[in-house]
Design a protein around this ligand. Sequence first.
Ligand code: AMP
Length: 475
Amino acid sequence: MASPAEGGADPNTKKDIVLTSTPIETFADLALIEPLQRALIADGYKKPTPIQQQAIPILLEGRDMIGCAQTGTGKTAAFALPLLQSLYHEPKAVSTKCARILVLSPTRELAGQIHDSFGAYGRYINVRRTTIFGGVSSQGQIKAMARGVDVLVATPGRLLDLINQGRVCLDEVDAFVLDEADRMLDMGFIPDIRKIAAKLPTDRQTLLFSATMAPGVTKLANTLLRNPMRVDIAPESTTADTVKQEIMFVDRPAKVKTLLELLDNGIYKAIVFTRTKHGANRLDGQLHKGGVKAVAIHGNKSQNARKKALEAFQNGHLQVLVATDVAARGLDIDDVTHVINYDMPDQPDAYVHRIGRTGRAGNEGIAISLCDSSERHLLRDIERLIGKSLTGGAAPPPMKQGHNDGPSAGKGFNKKKPFKSHRKGPKSGEKKPWQASESGKPSGDRKTEAGGEAKQKRRRRRSRPGQPQIKREAA
Ligand code: AMP
């Protein structure tokens, strides 16, 4: 059946959507205001990514939206740009302790990045913004909120604390964004999110972004969003084509040695993932003993230590960031040449997120997974999720019990050294991740008109003449 985006009717929806305009190729086609376009030029963005092409027109209309997209696809700009545009079109004094746009993020690091992105994209318009997250004193956050802000980016726990203390008020929120909703679910934030959402005005625009649509995320979306449009950019389980994936079968005791050999073999900037915080600390120590400049980040490290580690890694002062999955999502670190799964992830979707830390924004990357005999089932789960074999065959080859595979066994080591070219940083590939692996079309789910006078008003004020037409038709 042709997808609704291709003109086919989805029998489960009352309305259908057909994109009738000429293809959106530039930010000008998206009817973004000049100061935003100027900021994008300053950032070197030449054309919108597929999530931006699809999401921006919907969001400029004031619609609710579910965006199913991998990190690295440009989803932050996809929501930040239209929301900034709405602030620009409707300047309004915000009351003390209030915010007009609330973005919830699972981690402090991601919150910081989103906040910075609003700053970068909104540099030519006057936007007051701040972050709220745990692990640091709340005094500065309380002070920033005392004046009221346009954009508040927060993690759920601390935000709820400050709301309960009467330091933050959500009465004036026009737009609510839930980023990395699946991660929020994994981290147990859903009850907090529900409490926060209960304090928001009912007449608001709500956006939910998630790399995967786990059942819990769908349930959350059903309760928080009204008649949302859905945009699917990458299938839930896709890995970017810009990431070359390698598996090495290594017995656990040989993993450190194997890793040190790999790191000595031309790896420029790698994130090495461990399953536990303790494992990250231990590996950090072992790498130091092996002469590798590394730092571990995980949830037990202070905010300051995490920030310093990320900065040092970002600036090229460290070869390796040892991380637990807390760093797997959303972090946008330039030029990560390699992701190494020292421990295979327990959850197959974590694999997708981990390796998405490399091969970003047009660069190429390599993901190497060190898989021991106890982790073979995890590898199989990953292959099932991403729908391809990572070992060359139809299924991973069986591993003999007690067999010492050693570092030279398996695929990709000694036979072939794929790591040479990255000493000087990543090559700039022709192909962008968003050109490689996306379906790029709205899925057509839940395409009913949003109701309500206020919503209509919002739509009118955000849409501008010349904006590409989105035509809705009854199925
Ligand atoms: P995100 O998925 O929001 O984490 O974005 C991933 C990276 O892509 C970030 O470094 C952005 O600055 C970059 N990016 C986002 N949109 C574009 C674009 N249209 N052109 C080039 N780079 C972009």
